[in-house]
Design a binder for this molecule. Structure first.
Ligand code: G3H
Ligand code: ZN
Length: 286
Protein backbone atom coordinates (compact mmCIF):
# COMPACT_ATOMS: atom_id res chain seq x y z
CA UNK A 1 0.00 0.00 0.00
CA UNK A 2 0.94 3.67 -0.46
CA UNK A 3 1.82 5.16 2.91
CA UNK A 4 3.76 8.07 4.38
CA UNK A 5 7.34 7.57 5.57
CA UNK A 6 6.56 8.19 9.21
CA UNK A 7 5.87 4.70 10.48
CA UNK A 8 8.35 2.95 8.25
CA UNK A 9 11.16 5.19 9.44
CA UNK A 10 10.26 4.95 13.10
CA UNK A 11 10.20 1.16 12.86
CA UNK A 12 13.54 1.21 11.00
CA UNK A 13 15.16 3.43 13.62
CA UNK A 14 13.83 1.29 16.48
CA UNK A 15 14.97 -1.95 14.85
CA UNK A 16 18.34 -0.71 13.58
CA UNK A 17 18.11 -0.71 9.80
CA UNK A 18 17.54 1.90 7.08
CA UNK A 19 14.89 2.16 4.37
CA UNK A 20 16.29 3.02 0.93
CA UNK A 21 14.98 5.95 -1.04
CA UNK A 22 15.50 4.98 -4.67
CA UNK A 23 14.92 7.73 -7.19
CA UNK A 24 12.58 7.21 -10.14
CA UNK A 25 13.91 8.33 -13.52
CA UNK A 26 11.52 6.63 -15.94
CA UNK A 27 9.21 3.64 -16.37
CA UNK A 28 11.98 1.04 -16.21
CA UNK A 29 13.40 2.48 -12.97
CA UNK A 30 9.93 2.40 -11.43
CA UNK A 31 9.31 -1.20 -12.50
CA UNK A 32 12.71 -2.35 -11.27
CA UNK A 33 12.50 -0.58 -7.91
CA UNK A 34 8.97 -1.81 -7.12
CA UNK A 35 9.83 -5.38 -8.12
CA UNK A 36 13.01 -5.32 -6.03
CA UNK A 37 11.08 -4.16 -2.95
CA UNK A 38 8.41 -6.80 -3.36
CA UNK A 39 10.91 -9.60 -3.94
CA UNK A 40 13.02 -8.50 -0.95
CA UNK A 41 9.92 -7.95 1.20
CA UNK A 42 11.35 -4.52 2.00
CA UNK A 43 9.62 -1.21 2.72
CA UNK A 44 10.35 1.31 -0.04
CA UNK A 45 10.59 5.04 -0.59
CA UNK A 46 10.29 6.11 -4.24
CA UNK A 47 12.16 9.41 -4.56
CA UNK A 48 11.06 11.90 -7.23
CA UNK A 49 13.11 15.02 -7.85
CA UNK A 50 11.41 17.99 -9.48
CA UNK A 51 13.52 17.47 -12.61
CA UNK A 52 12.70 13.76 -12.83
CA UNK A 53 9.02 14.56 -12.20
CA UNK A 54 9.05 16.94 -15.18
CA UNK A 55 10.85 14.37 -17.31
CA UNK A 56 8.26 11.68 -16.54
CA UNK A 57 5.32 13.94 -17.41
CA UNK A 58 4.51 15.63 -14.12
CA UNK A 59 3.77 14.56 -10.55
CA UNK A 60 0.32 13.15 -11.37
CA UNK A 61 1.74 10.93 -14.09
CA UNK A 62 4.30 9.60 -11.62
CA UNK A 63 1.67 8.80 -8.98
CA UNK A 64 -0.59 7.03 -11.50
CA UNK A 65 2.36 5.06 -12.87
CA UNK A 66 3.41 3.91 -9.40
CA UNK A 67 -0.16 3.05 -8.41
CA UNK A 68 -0.81 1.12 -11.62
CA UNK A 69 2.41 -0.88 -11.32
CA UNK A 70 1.73 -1.64 -7.65
CA UNK A 71 -1.61 -3.09 -8.68
CA UNK A 72 -0.15 -4.97 -11.63
CA UNK A 73 2.63 -6.50 -9.48
CA UNK A 74 0.39 -7.10 -6.44
CA UNK A 75 2.75 -5.09 -4.26
CA UNK A 76 2.14 -5.83 -0.59
CA UNK A 77 5.11 -3.97 0.97
CA UNK A 78 4.64 -0.38 2.23
CA UNK A 79 5.62 2.18 -0.42
CA UNK A 80 5.98 5.96 -0.04
CA UNK A 81 6.13 8.41 -2.96
CA UNK A 82 8.39 11.19 -1.77
CA UNK A 83 9.26 14.56 -3.31
CA UNK A 84 13.06 14.76 -3.24
CA UNK A 85 14.62 18.18 -2.53
CA UNK A 86 11.38 20.17 -2.87
CA UNK A 87 12.45 23.71 -3.74
CA UNK A 88 9.40 25.68 -2.57
CA UNK A 89 6.17 25.57 -0.55
CA UNK A 90 4.24 25.58 -3.85
CA UNK A 91 6.08 22.54 -5.26
CA UNK A 92 5.40 20.60 -2.05
CA UNK A 93 1.70 21.46 -2.24
CA UNK A 94 1.62 20.47 -5.92
CA UNK A 95 3.15 17.08 -5.06
CA UNK A 96 0.70 16.54 -2.18
CA UNK A 97 -2.22 17.38 -4.48
CA UNK A 98 -0.93 14.90 -7.03
CA UNK A 99 -0.99 12.14 -4.41
CA UNK A 100 2.56 12.08 -3.03
CA UNK A 101 2.57 10.61 0.46
CA UNK A 102 5.73 12.40 1.59
CA UNK A 103 7.70 15.53 0.74
CA UNK A 104 11.12 16.98 1.42
CA UNK A 105 11.37 20.74 1.70
CA UNK A 106 14.98 21.72 1.05
CA UNK A 107 15.52 25.12 2.64
CA UNK A 108 19.18 24.35 3.30
CA UNK A 109 20.37 27.33 1.22
CA UNK A 110 18.37 29.74 3.43
CA UNK A 111 19.38 31.37 6.71
CA UNK A 112 18.28 29.18 9.67
CA UNK A 113 15.21 31.22 10.65
CA UNK A 114 13.91 31.28 7.07
CA UNK A 115 14.53 27.55 6.63
CA UNK A 116 12.54 26.94 9.83
CA UNK A 117 9.67 29.20 8.75
CA UNK A 118 9.42 27.58 5.30
CA UNK A 119 9.67 24.04 6.69
CA UNK A 120 7.01 24.81 9.30
CA UNK A 121 4.57 26.03 6.61
CA UNK A 122 5.07 22.78 4.69
CA UNK A 123 4.66 20.65 7.85
CA UNK A 124 1.38 22.40 8.66
CA UNK A 125 -0.26 21.55 5.32
CA UNK A 126 1.37 18.12 4.93
CA UNK A 127 0.48 16.82 8.39
CA UNK A 128 -3.11 17.98 7.95
CA UNK A 129 -3.47 15.35 5.23
CA UNK A 130 -1.20 12.62 6.67
CA UNK A 131 1.82 13.39 4.49
CA UNK A 132 5.29 13.11 6.08
CA UNK A 133 7.97 15.80 5.81
CA UNK A 134 11.77 15.75 5.60
CA UNK A 135 13.94 18.86 6.05
CA UNK A 136 17.62 19.58 5.49
CA UNK A 137 20.25 21.70 7.22
CA UNK A 138 23.81 22.32 6.09
CA UNK A 139 24.57 21.82 2.43
CA UNK A 140 25.10 18.50 0.66
CA UNK A 141 27.80 18.86 -2.01
CA UNK A 142 27.75 17.65 -5.61
CA UNK A 143 24.97 17.67 -8.18
CA UNK A 144 21.50 16.19 -8.44
CA UNK A 145 19.48 17.39 -11.42
CA UNK A 146 18.96 21.16 -11.04
CA UNK A 147 20.61 21.24 -7.64
CA UNK A 148 24.32 22.04 -7.77
CA UNK A 149 26.41 22.79 -4.68
CA UNK A 150 30.08 23.61 -5.29
CA UNK A 151 32.65 22.11 -2.92
CA UNK A 152 33.31 25.43 -1.25
CA UNK A 153 29.59 25.88 -0.50
CA UNK A 154 29.10 22.40 0.98
CA UNK A 155 28.67 22.78 4.73
CA UNK A 156 28.40 20.50 7.74
CA UNK A 157 25.21 21.01 9.74
CA UNK A 158 25.54 22.46 13.25
CA UNK A 159 23.89 20.17 15.86
CA UNK A 160 22.29 22.93 17.97
CA UNK A 161 20.69 24.38 14.83
CA UNK A 162 19.44 20.92 13.83
CA UNK A 163 17.82 20.55 17.24
CA UNK A 164 16.14 23.94 16.91
CA UNK A 165 14.82 23.20 13.41
CA UNK A 166 13.44 19.78 14.33
CA UNK A 167 11.80 21.02 17.55
CA UNK A 168 10.26 24.14 16.00
CA UNK A 169 8.96 22.47 12.84
CA UNK A 170 7.87 18.98 13.93
CA UNK A 171 9.38 17.28 10.85
CA UNK A 172 9.14 13.47 10.66
CA UNK A 173 12.73 12.93 9.63
CA UNK A 174 15.76 15.09 9.12
CA UNK A 175 18.77 15.27 6.79
CA UNK A 176 21.79 16.94 8.37
CA UNK A 177 24.49 17.54 5.73
CA UNK A 178 27.55 15.82 7.21
CA UNK A 179 29.95 15.43 4.32
CA UNK A 180 27.96 13.22 1.96
CA UNK A 181 27.85 14.18 -1.71
CA UNK A 182 25.35 13.79 -4.57
CA UNK A 183 26.85 11.86 -7.48
CA UNK A 184 30.14 9.92 -7.43
CA UNK A 185 32.61 10.72 -4.63
CA UNK A 186 36.01 12.12 -5.42
CA UNK A 187 38.04 9.92 -3.07
CA UNK A 188 36.67 8.40 0.15
CA UNK A 189 33.68 10.11 1.75
CA UNK A 190 34.44 11.86 5.03
CA UNK A 191 31.25 11.68 7.06
CA UNK A 192 30.92 13.63 10.31
CA UNK A 193 29.96 10.75 12.60
CA UNK A 194 30.55 12.66 15.85
CA UNK A 195 28.08 15.29 14.75
CA UNK A 196 25.68 12.62 13.53
CA UNK A 197 25.63 11.12 17.01
CA UNK A 198 25.04 14.54 18.56
CA UNK A 199 22.20 15.27 16.12
CA UNK A 200 20.64 11.88 16.87
CA UNK A 201 20.78 12.47 20.63
CA UNK A 202 19.47 16.03 20.41
CA UNK A 203 16.67 15.58 17.88
CA UNK A 204 15.50 11.99 18.39
CA UNK A 205 14.01 11.82 14.87
CA UNK A 206 15.08 9.31 12.19
CA UNK A 207 18.02 10.76 10.26
CA UNK A 208 18.44 10.75 6.48
CA UNK A 209 21.67 10.16 4.58
CA UNK A 210 21.70 11.74 1.12
CA UNK A 211 24.25 10.81 -1.53
CA UNK A 212 24.11 7.09 -0.73
CA UNK A 213 26.08 6.16 -3.86
CA UNK A 214 29.69 5.16 -3.18
CA UNK A 215 29.59 5.10 0.63
CA UNK A 216 31.53 2.07 1.96
CA UNK A 217 29.48 -0.56 3.82
CA UNK A 218 31.29 0.12 7.09
CA UNK A 219 30.19 3.77 6.95
CA UNK A 220 26.63 2.75 6.06
CA UNK A 221 26.51 0.46 9.10
CA UNK A 222 27.97 3.13 11.34
CA UNK A 223 25.46 5.73 10.12
CA UNK A 224 22.60 3.30 10.80
CA UNK A 225 23.94 2.70 14.32
CA UNK A 226 23.84 6.50 14.82
CA UNK A 227 20.14 6.88 13.99
CA UNK A 228 20.17 6.97 10.18
CA UNK A 229 16.92 5.32 9.07
CA UNK A 230 16.69 6.50 5.44
CA UNK A 231 19.42 6.37 2.80
CA UNK A 232 18.98 7.99 -0.62
CA UNK A 233 20.39 6.31 -3.71
CA UNK A 234 20.14 7.44 -7.31
CA UNK A 235 23.49 7.68 -9.09
CA UNK A 236 24.40 4.03 -8.41
CA UNK A 237 21.26 2.84 -10.22
CA UNK A 238 21.89 5.26 -13.07
CA UNK A 239 25.43 3.93 -13.44
CA UNK A 240 24.35 0.28 -13.50
CA UNK A 241 21.54 1.03 -15.97
CA UNK A 242 23.83 2.92 -18.34
CA UNK A 243 26.50 0.25 -18.11
CA UNK A 244 23.99 -2.38 -19.18
CA UNK A 245 22.79 -0.26 -22.12
CA UNK A 246 26.36 0.40 -23.29
CA UNK A 247 27.21 -3.27 -23.10
CA UNK A 248 24.19 -4.40 -25.15
CA UNK A 249 24.68 -1.71 -27.80
CA UNK A 250 28.39 -2.42 -28.06
CA UNK A 251 27.73 -6.13 -28.56
CA UNK A 252 24.92 -5.54 -31.06
CA UNK A 253 25.52 -2.34 -33.04
CA UNK A 254 22.53 -3.08 -35.34
CA UNK A 255 20.01 -3.28 -32.50
CA UNK A 256 17.21 -0.69 -32.62
CA UNK A 257 14.35 -1.94 -30.42
CA UNK A 258 14.62 0.07 -27.17
CA UNK A 259 13.13 -2.83 -25.21
CA UNK A 260 16.21 -4.86 -26.08
CA UNK A 261 18.52 -2.50 -24.20
CA UNK A 262 16.14 -1.00 -21.64
CA UNK A 263 15.09 -4.49 -20.50
CA UNK A 264 18.66 -5.36 -19.47
CA UNK A 265 18.98 -1.90 -17.87
CA UNK A 266 15.88 -2.65 -15.82
CA UNK A 267 17.37 -5.97 -14.67
CA UNK A 268 20.59 -4.21 -13.67
CA UNK A 269 18.70 -1.60 -11.61
CA UNK A 270 16.68 -4.32 -9.91
CA UNK A 271 19.82 -6.21 -8.86
CA UNK A 272 21.47 -3.02 -7.59
CA UNK A 273 18.41 -2.07 -5.54
CA UNK A 274 18.13 -5.56 -4.05
CA UNK A 275 21.77 -5.51 -2.97
CA UNK A 276 21.28 -2.06 -1.36
CA UNK A 277 18.22 -3.31 0.53
CA UNK A 278 20.28 -6.19 1.92
CA UNK A 279 23.12 -3.83 2.82
CA UNK A 280 20.73 -1.41 4.57
CA UNK A 281 19.08 -4.31 6.44
CA UNK A 282 15.56 -3.55 5.19
CA UNK A 283 15.01 -6.92 3.45
CA UNK A 284 12.25 -8.98 5.10
CA UNK A 285 11.21 -6.00 7.27
CA UNK A 286 7.96 -5.21 5.43
O1 G3H B 1 18.37 12.90 -2.96
C1 G3H B 1 18.87 11.94 -3.59
C2 G3H B 1 20.12 11.33 -3.18
O2 G3H B 1 20.69 12.03 -2.17
C3 G3H B 1 20.90 10.64 -4.24
O3 G3H B 1 22.31 10.67 -4.10
O4 G3H B 1 22.71 10.18 -6.51
O5 G3H B 1 24.60 10.32 -4.90
O6 G3H B 1 23.02 8.39 -4.83
P1 G3H B 1 23.20 9.86 -5.12
ZN1 ZN C 1 19.71 14.32 -1.93
Amino acid sequence: PLVSMKEMLEKAKAEGYAVGQFNLNNLEFTQAILQAAEEEKSPLICGVSEGAGRYMGGFKTVVKMVEALMEEYNVTVPVAIHLDHGSSFEKCVEAIHAGFTSVMIDGSHLPLEENIALTKRVVDVAHAVGVSVEAELGRIGGQEDDLVVENAEAMYAIPSECDQLVKETGVDCFAPALGSVHGPYKGEPNLGFDRMEEVMNLTGVPLVLHGGTGIPTKDIKRAISLGTAKINVNTENQISASKAVRQVLAEKPDLYDPRKYLGPAREAIKETVKSKMREFGSSNKA
